[in-house]
Ligand binder design. Sequence first.
Ligand code: ATP
Length: 735
Amino acid sequence: MTKTHEIATEQAVVSRFYDRLDELRALFRARLAAVRKSGPSGSPQNRSERDAFAALYEDRANQLDAIEDRLCFGRLDADDGATTYIGRIGLTDAEHRPILTDWRAPAAAPFYRATAAHRLGIWRRRHLTVERRKVVALEDDLLDVDRPAGVELAGEGALMAALSQGRTGKMHDIVATIQSEQDRIIRSEVPGALVVQGGPGTGKTAVALHRAAYLLYSHRDRLSKSGVLIVGPSRTFLRYIDQVLPSLGETGVVSTTIAGLVPGMAITAVDTPQAARVKGSTAWLRIIENAVRARERVPAADEVISIDGVQVVIRRDDIAGAIAKARRRHKPHNEARLTFVKEMLRVLTDQYLVADGQSPDSEFRGVVSEDLRTNRNVRRALNIAWFPITAEDLIADLFAKPHRLEQAAPMLSPAERDAVRRERGAGWSVDDVPLVDHAWQLLGPIDDGSRDRDAEREREQAVAFARDVLDGSGAGGGIVDAETLASRFSAGRVGGSTADRATHDRDWVYGHIVVDEAQELSAMAWRSLIRRCPTRSFTIVGDTAQTSSAAGTRNWEHRLARPFGHNVHIETLTVNYRTPAAISDLAVRVARAAGLRVSTLTPARDVPDAIRIEPTGPGASLTAALRLGVAEAAKLADGTVVVITSQAPSARQWLAQYAKTNAGLHDLTRISVASAQDVKGLEYDVVVIDEPAAILSGPGGAADLFVALTRATRRLVVSHSADLPAGFALPHPGR
Ligand SMILES: Nc1ncnc2c1ncn2[C@@H]1O[C@H](COP(=O)(O)OP(=O)(O)OP(=O)(O)O)[C@@H](O)[C@H]1O
């Protein structure tokens, strides 16, 4: 058969898959519309079934809508004559016979694993390149050279084609070209923490995301209820990866940064390396506990308070007893405070009634207790003894008030305590987030009654709705009243998707957590994550050579031993799929010369003229870099350019001004400006680095320069007026 015929044959198959996809989309949309049309009436059971079906149809319709490009990308031909088509999702025909196999199904594994040496019963693996529903190319890997094939051998053509494409600013899935070392990790059933260590561009992020999709597929029952959390280094990074899982048909995943773990904390401050190191230590588990305990204290002396001429004494012994009683409840501080206050009010009410000549069982007991509760002096005295406080206030106080920190943190040296000193209102840093998170666990929310009021309002609405249902349907008949019905409604309520509920619940426990750029996490940040997944089912990806945070790690075993014990399995990726060989080699040389312990990197490809070094006059490097960036962007037919500089704010101003004065002259949408920190985990077609020596001597040091040097998929341009750091000398200098 000629190649054209082969393509036509495959086109017929692929068109059938798209027809079926369209049919299913229409089917689920119609079902969803029908369920929604049935309205809110019906028995409570009908109503909750209706909600469940609506959620199911909506999920499936959304999933089918998200799948469009490259629905089918592969075909396996087995020795026994069977043919299997591999796609992003599985499809069955109208008679429920499988026609397309999900890439995550066991039957699809040979597509990624089979080699000539280990054929796994497969003689041909075919890559289909499909653009807008049209089959445009075929590439075959013949695993049994004795078998004839109609088309020429294509080897790694599909992979190379994928790697050479212009970048769009969004990460794409790699489902059609996953390599076998990556597939092993994606499908790994390792319990506990699976660490994927690898140099830049080795596909760690891609592997982590595909593993999340794989786990959601193969452990759907468990994970669809608990959900998967993805933790990335920045919001920009999360935006960069946000299409990957939907394109694989998975929409129910929550993503966040460490900073985003505590809602409402705006990160505006940056810690010194010394402060970051101190704040990352698990000594804070004890320090914060001490700080909370310091808000539960027996006063120095008894206090006499007069209420309407009757005297009551707030006795130290009574306070000590009430504190002990409240602590025995093992509830968070703000919640346990209710027990403390209740106990003190009981004691004070007794005192008052006796002092007023009444019996302790007096019918006025309730009134007296309420008077005491609302009395300003009583309130103040009880607050001093058991202070209601938010997590943010507790931590801000520790930083701002040296005596409080000294009291809570005797294990820190005076220099360490000084390092974390910060005025109130000076803003939060990312290293503060795990501390506030831990404080929140020990404190809980302050109960100001608003939660009760909200719950009460919600309940009133539920009862009103239940009454309507009873009136409208004639159901109940004295067997069930509106209140009971309302309770049943709320018990069986469908409260949005798992991802929605997880996002809004601070105590949510996930079934699995994926952590990217995990080398940056401090020991305290690991605590925050473990609390969100106590089963310790984690995929952890990172590169210890790229660590820039002083609180991060350079050794996985060391950092993960405490939170995970022996449950840590480390895998390594070595092939660099991103950077052309010349750039990859340069980056490794510079990093090693700067003292980084860089993992071995084997570049998957090279491109000619990948490096250009541009010396400039003193002080002219940044402007030169920006001009070079603009020129590179003008040359690109597709793709993105970034100028990485330690002076990002000035560079942004320059670019904005340039855009104004050269309006219409250049398309500046392809070019952006960033610091080395900003580009962690990201990639661009062309990278222009301004003054590498300045990045090397900046806060992130060699790791930041290594990150900057490894972002380019096509070309690296270096602008410098200062001497280049060691390792830059090119074996064959670029122009
Ligand atoms: N099997 C593959 N097929 C096609 N593209 C791949 C494959 N593996 C990785 N890539 C591509 O290589 C690039 C680098 O991958 P990725 O960002 O996952 O690397 P990384 O190891 O996380 O890098 P870094 O440490 O710099 O963040 C991406 O464009 C990714 O799509």
